[in-house]
Design a protein around this ligand. Structure first.
Ligand SMILES: [Zn+2]
Length: 309
């Protein structure tokens, strides 16, 4: 038995398999990513707490003698065990390694893959159907987010995807849809671009805000950041049915039919979610980077085809 295995056994440390499972659940809890394991990192203590490790188990060192250099290298046994578990997850393609992830997000983190995401959901007893609405990062989805947020803005943008299969969901299209949602919601800092509403679920796993298509999915609208807007449920609905649209300078334009609505319609207490927009010309909240603002070709199409004057 190796020196490391003997130490693990003597200290009654958890098995690597147990650590792998807890790591997958922790990844889910932390939005799909966790930092490399180092001293002083919360995640290292969080997982140790999960196992109820004592001080002795947390602080045991492995000492390796380097004969050539005539020196002793010390490593925390607990960090080593975490690393070995993460390394096994990477070999099974359940996570991406920090050296791979950094190329996508510029951060040295372990990140779930789609396969790892499915496994983590199973371990956490979360129904697979919730997957599409959880803003958990996965390596495959993050690739799409990077592409959507960093592609050069086309001068003459075509907001239609003629190849789009509107009624058929494939694994590929589901990943693209999640990439679209995540790119849009992140670009707008999880806030409704109209009213600024921001709130997440009590388990912090999902956001209320939605990624709306400007040219709708049903009209073959592309899953691009230039065809997207972050909107709360109410404003998403109102935008989709044509209660309001955007002008070229991103000012909100409300349908004149709002004036013939019964006075008790569209009210939440004192808050009137459509009328309030018609009272003054309001510009939507936009991301800082103008390259990812909605494209005029998409906005104009909405104005001409969805909006009710
Ligand atoms: Zn809103």
């Amino acid at each position: 038995m190796s020196y490391e295995s003997t130490m693990l056994e003597q200290l009654a440390m958890p098995t690597r398999k147990q650590v792998e499972q807890v790591l997958l659940r922790a990844l889910l809890k932390h939005g799909g990513v966790i930092k490399e394991f180092g001293s002083g990192q919360e995640i290292v203590d969080e997982i140790a707490d999960d196992f109820g490790l004592n001080e002795h188990q947390r602080s045991a060192f492995l000492q390796t003698v380097y004969r050539k250099e005539n020196r002793v290298k010390k490593a925390l046994l607990w960090h080593r065990l975490l690393f070995r578990a993460a390394d096994c997850l990477a070999k099974e393609k359940l996570v991406s390694r920090p050296t791979q992830t950094i190329q996508l997000t510029k951060k040295k983190e372990w990140m779930l893959t789609e396969k790892g995401f499915d496994e983590a959901l199973k371990l956490s007893n979360i129904p697979a159907a919730r997957k599409d609405f959880l803003p958990i990062k996965s390596y495959e989805v993050q690739k799409i987010v990077k592409k959507l947020s960093e592609s050069p803005r086309p001068e003459n943008y075509n907001p239609f995807d003629r190849e789009k299969k509107v009624n058929r969901v494939t694994r590929e299209s589901a990943i693209r849809t999640r990439g679209f949602r995540q790119a849009v919601i992140e670009a707008y800092s999880c806030k409704c671009s109209v009213c600024g509403m921001i709130i997440n679920s009590p388990d912090s796993l999902s956001w209320e805000v939605e990624a709306a298509h400007i040219v709708p999915h049903s009209s073959m609208g592309r899953d691009d950041i230039w065809n997207g807007l972050a909107l709360c449920h109410l404003h998403h609905w109102a935008f989709d049915v044509g209660w309001f649209t955007l002008l070229d300078d991103y000012t909100i334009n409300v349908s004149s039919q709002v004036y013939s609505l019964p006075s008790d319609f569209g009210k939440l207490g004192d808050y009137e979610f459509i009328r309030v927009l018609s009272r003054k010309s309001t510009r939507i909240h936009l991301p800082g980077k103008s390259e990812i603002h909605p494209h005029h070709n998409a906005v104009r199409w909405h104005r001409q085809n969805i909006f009710h004057k």
